[in-house]
Design a protein around this ligand. Structure first.
Ligand SMILES: *Cc1c(COP(=O)(O)O)cnc(C)c1O
Length: 397
């Protein structure tokens, strides 16, 4: 537990119950710098903004990453607030004509097209604005995938262009005015924890793209291999082996054709999850039907990730010795805690059946790896409780 976090909590004891997201910007920039500096030539790391689009996070990341991947006009606007010149790549499965226009006017580097109709829409807008749009075709791969990645990819989703339609999409992208087909986009999985599996997936992408180049008689300039590098919430000591991945990547990249000038990664979770924590005060402890419930200020309306992924989110107990009350102070000893929030629904569970040695009302729970898809994906105003604080510490440089 960092000193800064303990200090932050101490400053708040005795006031309103603690409920905040704390972001360690030094930790964030150190991690992201390690990642980006270990990439071989031709590889570029974009930040997928949907994981966390807070302005402070974007500003800390902007000098380190190749640019931002956005998937809405709103995200594009946030990127432009951070910097007019920051390279932005624009994806998203259902772009409106207005968003396409906004993307072209604001000079995005590339658009990732998700259907043949969308190619027509981009072409129409680009022609009207007298511009040329560089596009990647986002392809929804049919598989079969290499065995290690099989469980994570290759199931039906609404994303991208089916391989059966690819010849039609390639033809449209090459003939419609205002478009320049520069390559393909392949984002097929989420939260992959295995570096060897990820390398295997990229090798699969390489073979697939080389096959398409032959089939369509084209040369790809850019390949986007998506995000999807994961965080192991179940065992914090066993994370994606980035050093292994970075060691093996240059050889793999070396096998790509020379005319492919750029391989884009667009990671979200892996870059920002670890630097954020969700910090909440215990308001009550009670036993119902043989289960020890720990009730906190906050819950899944602020940190929906555990319900969304159906997991127990890892936390540690930050003991708070002060107890400014004459009332009894309930506590658990060597028990199994189920941590729930303040919502009037039994689904508001952050962690279930977790062994704790000692946990008192008034102590603070620190949920780690809460920086990605935490606050961002939550239904903040359900039940109209006050929002958490968002505290950023470290200067991020
Ligand atoms: C969500 C998303 C990402 C980022 O995924 P992570 O799992 O956070 O790395 C990248 N690309 C696309 C197209 C996405 O939808």
């Amino acid at each position: 537990m960092s000193d800064q976090l303990a200090k932050l909590v101490q400053e708040r004891v005795g006031g309103e119950p603690v409920c905040l997201f704390a972001y360690d910007l030094d930790r964030l920039t150190e991690h992201v710098r390690t990642v980006t500096e270990s990439l071989p030539p031709r590889c570029r790391m974009f930040y997928a903004m949907k994981a966390n689009s807070a302005d402070r996070i974007l500003r800390a990341l902007a000098p380190l990453v190749a640019g931002f991947e956005v998937a809405s006009g709103g995200e594009l606007a946030k990127a432009r607030v951070v910097g007019a010149e920051i390279p932005v790549i624009f994806g998203g499965p259902a772009k409106t004509p207005a968003e396409i226009e906004q993307a072209l006017i604001q000079g995005v580097t590339r658009l990732h097209a998700e259907s043949v109709l969308e190619l027509h829409r981009i072409s129409e807008t680009a022609t009207r604005l007298d511009r040329t749009a560089d596009v990647l075709l986002r392809v929804n791969l049919a598989g079969p995938f290499p065995t290690a990645t099989l469980a994570m990819a290759g199931r039906p989703t609404q994303f991208g262009i089916s391989e059966e339609v690819l010849p039609e999409a390639v033809a449209a992208a090459r003939t419609l005015p205002g478009l320049r087909l520069v390559g393909f986009h392949l984002h097929s999985l989420s939260n992959n924890l295995s570096a060897p599996a990820h390398l295997e997936l990229l090798e699969h992408y390489r073979r697939t793209v080389v096959g398409w180049e032959r089939e369509f008689g084209m040369c790809c300039e850019v390949l986007n291999v998506g995000g999807g590098i994961g965080v192991n919430y179940a065992d914090l000591d066993d994370q994606f082996d980035w050093p292994h991945f970075a060691r093996e990547l240059p050889a793999l990249v070396g096998r790509f054709p020379d005319h492919l000038r750029e391989i884009d990664f667009e990671c979200g979770r892996y870059l920002v999850a670890e630097s954020g924590r969700y910090v909440v005060e215990v308001l009550d402890v009670k036993r119902n039907h043989g289960v020890d419930y720990v009730l906190v200020r906050g819950g899944t309306h602020q940190f929906r990730l555990p319900v969304s992924w159906q997991h127990s989110h890892p936390f540690t107990v930050l003991p708070v010795d002060q107890w400014p009350s004459n009332a009894l102070r309930p506590e658990l000893h060597n028990a199994r805690a189920t941590v729930v929030g303040e919502l009037c629904t039994p689904k508001d569970v952050l962690a279930r059946d977790v062994p704790v040695t000692r946990l008192r009302v008034g102590d603070v729970l620190v949920f780690s790896h809460a920086g990605a898809y935490g606050w961002e994906i939550s239904h903040h105003d359900f039940l109209t409780h006050p929002h958490p604080e968002h505290v950023y510490y470290g200067d991020g440089f």
